[in-house]
Design a binder for this molecule. Structure first.
Ligand code: NAD
Ligand code: WQD
Length: 338
């Protein structure tokens, strides 16, 4: 009998790239997504890339009875759980919405998994769970201490999942802490589709390059870094997707809970990124330096040894390739999947 992997949030940015990676590795994929931040139109794009369409079920993960039904309709043996809300600023303004959606979805999924005796789970966590008092590179043992409700929701879920694995050794759980995913599939068929004005740096720069936005506002150039702007660990979304595959394959032969950073281990500043995009698009990016953004940490990058040692996975794409692929996606799809 064919084995299926349930991908929650699979029509989203990282979930769609991971669905492609899983399908290309021979997995049958069932996507469940309520489309709150994605479009059904991505399904035909996935089909164009992989040659087949994943099963798609439009549902809210908090609807436990529907999720239980999905497990009884398909022989699902593992889950990759992306579904969640992710805007840090919005989470500060509407914390209950974030706790309800992110925790509620996870608890509902866990109920359905337990009932169906499926115990292999990969979870999308974030580098945002690390404490701001830590000094880069961050390894997995670094102190945790998120500073906003979004980050707290990831921290709580990590805690719940670790407790479950501790209480029952049937479970095999991977907590993946992503750094800053950017880029798009090299075909330009799938990529990130921010609604409204992007919050994150690279989607914002790309819209400036495309002349959808007038100029980039650089949030502070007086940090203690070589050029004064903040440093982050940008990782190509396709490398990130491969990381999920590596984690899932590890978990299929393991038990307990495991945590891995997924980053490149290399930091790049805001200005370095702006210059790289200028090189790729062949024109200057209009910009203005403004005040610091509240909550920003000067330097964040990953220690990636654990993922390399345990998963034999490392990020391969350069920052240049990330910018080339992101720009290619932006140019081909100025209005996302419209
Ligand atoms: P995304 O918004 O593109 O994808 C999330 C998907 O989940 C969307 O398609 C959305 O419609 C769906 N969803 C949300 N709530 C749902 C619910 N209750 N039921 C069903 N579907 C629901 O985001 P992404 O960038 O692909 O992120 C995927 C995961 O990775 C998220 O959990 C996010 O917190 C985490 N993450 C993202 C980043 C990043 O920078 N993009 C970094 C670290 C961690
Ligand atoms: C990168 C740098 C900004 C926009 C966020 C979330 C984190 C994770 C990834 C989910 C910073 C600067 C940005 C702009 C700017 N998501 N910047 N002008 O803050 O590292 O991480 O996304 O888990 O939780 O917090 O990424 O892309 O927002 O910012 O100067 O218009 O770019 O100050 O230094 P960040 P980002």
């Amino acid at each position: 009998m064919e084995k299926f992997t349930l991908v929650t949030g699979g029509t989203g940015y990282i979930g769609s790239h991971t669905s492609v990676a899983l399908m290309e590795a021979g997995y049958q994929v069932v996507i469940v997504d309520n489309l709150v931040n994605s479009s059904k139109k991505i399904l035909s794009r996935i089909e164009q890339i992989t040659g087949s369409a994943p099963v798609f079920i439009e549902a809210d993960l908090r609807d436990t009875s529907t999720i239980i039904e999905i497990f009884s309709d398909y022989p699902i043996t593992s889950v990759v759980h992306f579904a969640g809300l992710k805007a840090v600023g919005e989470s500060v303004e509407e914390p209950v919405k974030y706790y309800d959606n992110n925790l509620g979805s996870t608890l509902s999924l866990l109920d359905a998994m337990a009932l169906s005796e499926v115990s292999t789970l990969v979870f999308s966590s974030s580098a945002t769970v690390y404490s701001s008092s830590e000094i880069a590179p961050f390894d997995e043992a670094a102190e945790l201490g998120p500073t906003n409700p979004y980050g707290m929701s990831k921290y709580f879920i990590e805690q719940i999942l670790s407790d479950i694995a501790l209480g029952d050794d049937e479970w095999s759980i991977g907590l993946l802490r992503y750094f800053n995913p950017i880029g798009a599939h090299p075909t330009g068929l799938i990529g990130e589709m921010p609604t409204g004005i992007p919050n994150n740096l690279v989607p914002y720069i790309m819209q400036v390059a495309f002349e959808k936005l007038e100029k980039l506002f650089i949030f502070g150039d007086d940090y203690e870094t070589p050029d004064g702007t903040c440093i982050r660990d940008y990782i190509h979304v396709v490398d990130l997707a491969r990381g999920h595959l590596a984690a899932l394959q590890f978990l299929e032969d393991a038990n307990g809970s495991h945590v891995w950073n997924l980053g490149t281990g290399k930091g790049s500043s805001v200005l370095e990124l702006v210059k790289m995009v200028e090189e790729v698009v062949g024109k200057p990016i209009p910009r203005e330096v403004v005040g610091r953004r509240s909550g920003d940490i000067p330097v964040v990058f990953a220690d990636v040894e654990k993922a390399l040692n345990e998963l034999s996975w490392r990020a391969e794409n350069t920052l240049m390739q990330m910018c080339v692929d992101h720009w290619n996606w932006q140019r081909q799809n100025p209005d996302g999947y419209q």
